[in-house]
Design a binder for this molecule. Structure first.
Ligand code: FE
Length: 177
């Protein structure tokens, strides 16, 4: 017999009978991860966009898709906290490592890493899911800080874009927890 000893067949189909904790945030389901509305993609620079999925302000991280339609160096950055990534389309690499993150790959980026993201010329488009904890700290080749992004700067960029493009600044609210 599997499961708790007192569970009958009927009971196993019963939903949890009690309220969720009052402090627990509402769940979030994003139906079209690849949006049908192009305006959902927030431009970062020419031919580079991100698409918000979760902006977790209470724990200081965010989930988004990164889409790139150009080759070249995207950014050199340090991670104070780890990153999880999954390549949905295309490929990319870091100048500091000899591996290539190809379509279907899962990537774990360690806390403390500084690396330089590159998309090679044969790649027409890359789309990668990233869960970024804490911040991206942009640095020069010696590690001198040139800027940063965190969940709050990302929200601000989304708000400004959605306001300007006609979706309304409040469009980002649905992704905030
Ligand atoms: Fe990174």
């Amino acid at each position: 017999m599997s499961g708790p000893a007192n569970s009958s067949d009927a009971e196993k189909w019963l939903p949890y009978r009690h309220k969720q904790p009052a402090e627990s945030q509402p769940e979030l389901v994003v139906p079209n991860v690849m949006p049908t509305d192009e305006r959902v993609w927030v431009p970062v620079e020419p031919n580079v966009w991100f698409r918000p999925l979760l902006m977790c302000v209470s724990r200081g991280y965010w989930c988004n898709l990164l889409r790139v339609r150009k080759s070249g160096v995207l950014s050199r950055h340090r991670h104070p906290q780890p990153v999880h990534g999954m390549v949905l389309k295309g490929e990319w690499r870091y100048l500091e490592h000899d591996w290539v993150a190809r379509e279907g790959s899962y990537v774990y980026e360690s806390a403390g890493e500084t690396h330089t993201l590159v998309v090679d010329p044969h790649v027409e488009e890359m789309i990668t899911f990233f869960q970024v904890n804490g911040a991206m700290i942009y640095v020069d080749p010696d590690g001198k800080v040139t800027g940063y992004d965190d969940v709050f700067t990302r929200i601000a960029k989304c708000r400004a874009h959605y306001e300007a493009i006609g979706l309304g600044g409040n469009y980002i609210e649905q992704f905030i927890r």
